[in-house]
Unconditional design. Structure first.
Length: 252
């Protein structure tokens, strides 16, 4: 097999084809790499701050089991296999599993100083991304293009330029690219679950990345309320009915 690199958008990991069937072991390994953080960040897990570094992801065995279509036992055995092969390390933090991809840079390096195309080693001031991958006059960044690819399609207008301005404004406010992209992924899953993809109720991306910070919302689908089936309602014996009838007569 020839040696080299193939660039893949992280959006692949959320595509319908990728998630359509139970994962193979190779796909599960690739899934870990695709979903590992590409920069340091802090996550809130069970109300506590958990630092997650580049090349790490905080996913529990339950999350991996649901995502991969495996039993928890199979997930545990697979992670043990990866640890024995020195592909990952694993530790438990705040009721979840912090997985570190060993030699993560090997999967990302393409000759630049920090292993990402066109990125400065320490970032630019105020968290602003260096503009790269020019697309006409807007100079959209690769990170924004990846998020735009994952953003749910909507009916009507969705100005890309306005979305990019809002995106950069949030970066300048101190939010990370990971905050924005993870928000897009949660919102895309929400819209998919609600059947809103391609409809009028999908927010414009400029609003989603706007000052109201919709990208920070949980975007969890509410569980439907349980309605009691009259046929399965609790039954009362005759004695209870007699007592109720007696009480009603006394009230008259």
């Amino acid at each position: 097999m020839s040696v080299g690199y193939v660039k893949l958008y992280r959006a692949l990991a959320e595509s319908d084809l990728w998630l359509a069937e139970p994962f193979t072991k190779g796909q599960a390994w690739a899934d870990l790499i695709l979903n590992a953080n590409f920069r340091d960040r802090t996550a809130y897990i069970s109300g506590q701050q958990v630092p997650i570094k580049r090349g790490q992801l905080a996913w529990s065995e339950v999350t991996l089991s649901k995502r991969w279509g495996w039993s928890r036992g199979k997930v545990r055995r697979f992670l043990k296999l990866l640890k024995n092969d020195e592909k990952i390390t694993q530790q438990t933090v705040q009721h979840t599993s912090l997985i570190t991809i060993c030699n993560y840079e090997k999967f990302q390096t393409d000759g630049t100083a920090d292993g990402t195309a066109g990125r400065t080693p320490n970032g630019t001031p105020n968290g602003t991304q260096e503009k790269k991958g020019k697309k006409g006059k807007n100079n959209y960044t690769d990170d924004f293009e990846a998020a735009w690819t994952e953003y749910p399609k909507r009916e009507g207008n969705n100005p890309k330029g306005s979305a990019f301005k809002a995106w950069n404004a949030r970066l300048n406010n101190g939010h990370s690219v990971e905050d924005l992209i993870e928000g897009v992924r949660r919102y895309a899953r929400f819209c998919r679950a609600k059947g809103q993809i391609g409809g009028q109720y999908v927010k414009q991306a400029a609003t989603f990345f706007g000052p109201d910070e919709h990208f920070l919302a949980d975007w969890q689908v509410a569980k439907p309320a349980v309605i009691q089936d009259p046929l399965n309602a609790p039954s009362y014996d005759q004695t209870q009915w007699d007592e109720l009838d007696k009480i009603m007569k006394e009230c008259i």
